[in-house]
Design a protein around this ligand. Structure first.
Ligand code: ADP
Length: 151
């Protein structure tokens, strides 16, 4: 079974993430969306909320699983037998950053990172911009799946 891990913070999931997951489904038998737990980060949405948003967005898609994890991404891949890491690339800055991580992961393991270029229509979206829009009472709903709700 070809299993890919799509790791991230997903604070919250955006239409950009959604697009990558949807396209990943065609490449892999299973896409595991893995929300990384980083004790040093301050999140806008709780882990439970972030997980629920993704689960709800893919409730009709049995090939998508949502989990949380701590520690090295490659260690978690080995644990759940994921042979691939899936990442989205928006721009050259993403590429430079991701390149170093992918090389490191290859040095430490046999896990391959597969990059998908973001769709042009969602390439400008980031979770941090969505959070800014939310904080300033803007219409964030055009940037995220319908499942993302603020209180
Ligand atoms: P991280 O904290 O690891 O950057 P994110 O939740 O911001 O976590 O992103 C997770 C993955 O989704 C990364 O591979 C990132 O490049 C990708 N991604 C983020 N925004 C978009 C977007 N608009 N379109 C496609 N992929 C995206």
């Amino acid at each position: 079974m070809k299993r890919a891990l799509f790791p991230g913070s997903f604070d919250p999931i955006t239409l950009g993430h959604y697009d990558i997951i949807k396209r990943g489904i065609h490449l892999f038998d299973e896409v595991v969306v893995a929300i990384g737990i980083n004790a040093d980060k301050n999140y806008m949405f709780s882990l439970k909320e972030r997980q629920q948003f993704i689960e709800e967005a893919f409730k009709d898609e049995p090939k998508v699983k949502v989990v949380t994890y701590e520690g090295l991404t490659i260690d978690f891949c080995k644990k759940i037998d994921a042979q691939f890491i899936l990442r989205g690339l928006r721009n050259p800055a993403d590429f430079e950053f991701e390149k170093a991580i992918a090389h490191t992961n290859r040095k430490l393991s046999k896990i391959e990172t597969v990059f998908l270029l973001t769709a042009a229509r969602t390439s400008y979206i980031s979770s941090s911009i969505v959070r800014d829009v939310i904080r300033n009472n803007g219409d964030y709903t055009v940037l995220v799946p319908e499942s993302v709700k603020t209180k």
